[in-house]
Design a protein around this ligand. Sequence first.
Ligand code: AGP
Length: 607
Amino acid sequence: MCGIVGFSGKEKAVDAIYTGLKHLEYRGYDSAGIAVNNNGSLRMLKASGNLENLKQKLDNDKLEGPCGIGHTRWATHGAPTDVNAHPHLSSDGKFAIVHNGIIENYLELKEELIKEGYKFLSETDTEVIVHLLEHYYKGDVKEAFLKTVSRLEGSYAIGVICSDNPGVAYAAKYFAPLIVGIGDGENLFASDVTAIIGHTKNVIYLEDGEFAEISKDKVTIYDFKGNEVKKEISKVEWDVESAEKGGYEHFMLKEIMEQPKAIKSAIEPRIKNGRIVLENEEELASACKNIERIVISACGSAFHAGYVGRYIIEELCKKSVKIEYASELRYSSPVINEKALTIVVSQSGETADTIAALKECKARGSKVLAIVNVVGSTIAKLADFVLYTYAGPEIAVATTKGYTTQVAVFDLFAVWLADKLKTIDEKIYNNLVDDIMQLPERIQRSIDLNPNVEKLARKYYKNDVVFFIGRNLDYAVGLEASLKLKEISYLHSEAYAAGELKHGTIALIEDGSLVVALACREDLYAKTMSNVKEVKARGANVVAVTDEDNKDIFTEASDVILIPKINSLFVAACEVVPLQLFSYYIAKERGCDIDKPKNLAKSVTVE
Ligand code: AGP
């Protein structure tokens, strides 16, 4: 969702800000804008649509000045027009502001400000912030800022410049992502690391309720009471190439191909001398010791990774596992207390629904383990325990390596927990660890075995609807494969537990329907094949996904996608990879904007 960049340096801020915004494009947006402070005079340009529209304006009308702020807006309050685009200016022209998040009490504040005589130009909630700043400003920006944030309810990351303080940019964070980059003769803030990695690897992760003041050679952080806070400077582990396409046509394709490496990063540091060693494991083991059940909560693909985790944990640890959409958890009456361990899963670590579910579970007394990719994210900070997925930056909106690394962490966690709970013996444990260690190589083979997926996509891309069927883990993977296809190709697709088909959905199967049958769990193969026969009898074309040793499949299916043989429990990451490629090539044939599908945002920071 919205992206923020702030910059203070020696030269033209606009270039650094525009490049930063380009790197935040993946978050999803529908308008953009930049404001700079040139020797005490604020100038800004905004444009609806993509950054190219803003670029055209910038090319015709130079924005000079060494300090400024920029924004990509994903519309919530008001249409994606030039007027609603950020930055917004105060009536006296002294302040420009950009904002990510939602001000929940904006109507009440707006009414109050209108009574004071302030005129609102946009439909946004953001505009109340800039008028409040003007209202409270008596010559000290920090003081006005702190008074302003004390009036705000909701979530926000804010960037501000003030004409009275050229060379200084201000930022505040409250339940929306914001980091500060410490450069050489220049400093920045941004919604995430991708926007600043071209300048510096040294970052400060702001906490909620913190306020930053940056100039070209100084960064000062305060809490919302105005006290200075000493912060640790962290080093970002990855480099600028990780956030670029590296010769691939799309980020999504690059990220699919990166999966063997990403899975290796998730697994290898956690296997020492044949034993799984998790971070903070003594405390985690003690939190798991007396639990009666596990609750997994997440959204979208992270939910699907949780679905995989559920099956593996139940099978190995003999614990009851409930999986609940994070967006629904608060509206059910979940049995969550100190006897439950909650596992939340999130690539971005900023998903508003998942944050709300996490808080709800904590409030009910459950310890929370988070499986997260983005270091220092809100979910990582709020959870009691964190297992990072180490997938590196994921830019394509449709997750690929984010999902498979979550699955890999579930594989590790399930075996680790089974060992702690003594539900598996030493021999089984050792075999399972060996199987997990083979995953990076097996995932590479999954890619290598399927050069024909592109041709297959060309054969089927005109189908109106695609059904994915499978049982148990095959079904869980079907859910993810179906979501992938929907989100990037806009093709209608559904995933069904194979046995459920005949209870209604089979009515939709007709001549030429496309059914993708996931049949990688050997123990369930025969059952799934009987469902394949049912759809074939009604005229469907069947693409089957199965392991490479299975020779019978060629008589059953119209087309076959093969994956390498692997322990059935760990099949998900290998099985999904050729289906990610299938979706990718279908979307390409259909001429879709693969990395930035319509209506979607990378991290969904509103509920
Ligand atoms: C996946 O391709 C989607 N873009 C989406 O479902 C995503 O997985 C979901 O919004 C959760 O995001 P998170 O992992 O960052 O919490």
